[in-house]
Design a protein around this ligand. Structure first.
Ligand code: T5A
Length: 207
């Protein structure tokens, strides 16, 4: 049994990750690929509890260091109990956000040291990196308008426009650093065009 592929979706608030993860799930299922669809922070009972704490505006003020460590604590659980077992049995894993989000939000948004994030990435993930990452990119204003239609903002969505500009810049830097792995998808176009661009990136994997 060959190891499964690990595909992640990334991007700022409201760019369409969840919508397109569901689209890709259907696309792969129609092609009889056995897959696990999951998200970060989250994906296990403990990691989902950490997600609730991280996204809640009601919890006590969370320090930047605690936020970073909680992201990686959730990720450690997720990798051990969901991602690695799935890949080892040959399933593909589609994950809504992964460590590029940490570089973007905690690195770009919160200005935490990249070397600190790299250290935690190596500790928690060992050699595990996504095989392919689709970065959905759109101007911050468009993403926030889309996210706003869904209801009240969570703790991250309540950040400033400058924070999200920094997040977007950090994501685009990740593409420059990892051009083979991360493919940029323009998300400020009609959904059908976004999805055609996604298929164009995914279809070579199926050959
Ligand atoms: N986080 C996460 C960190 O800080 N560090 C980390 O390491 C990790 C892993 C998680 C939060 O945690 C932070 C980042 C996040 O703030 P989340 O819920 O996973 O939160 O992320 P969100 O970005 O908040 O998710 P959203 O659901 O808001 O955004 P999506 O999934 O990008 O957008 P989606 O698919 O829900 O679409 C939003 C709306 O836009 C429409 C959809 O129909 C929907 O109504 N839409 C379009 N409309 C027009 N044209 C298109 N092309 C459209 N595509 C979608």
């Amino acid at each position: 049994m060959s190891r499964g592929k690990f595909i992640t979706f990334e991007g700022g608030e409201g760019v369409g990750k969840t919508t397109n993860v569901a689209f890709v799930e259907n696309y792969f299922q129609a092609r009889k690929i056995s897959l696990v669809v999951t998200r970060e922070p989250g994906g296990t009972p403990l990691a989902e509890k950490l997600r609730t704490l991280l996204l809640s505006k009601k919890s006590e003020a969370i320090s930047e260091e605690a936020e970073l460590l909680l992201m990686f604590a959730a990720r450690a659980q997720h990798i051990k109990h969901v991602i690695e077992p799935a890949l080892a049995r040959g399933d593909w894993v589609i994950c809504d956000r992964f460590t590029d989000a940490t570089y973007a939000y905690q690195g770009g948004g919160r200005n935490m040291k990249i070397s600190t994030i790299e250290g935690l990435e190596n500790l928690v993930q060992g050699n595990l990196r996504p095989d392919l990452t689709l970065l959905l990119d759109a101007p911050v204003k468009i993403g926030m308008e889309r996210a706003g239609k869904r209801g009240a903002f969570d703790r991250f969505e309540s950040e400033t426009v400058q924070f999200f500009e920094n997040v977007r810049r950090a994501y685009l830097l990740q593409v420059e650093l990892h051009p083979q792995r991360i493919k940029l998808i323009k998300a400020n176009q009609p959904l059908a065009d976004v999805q055609q661009a996604i298929i164009n990136v995914l279809s070579p994997l199926l050959r």
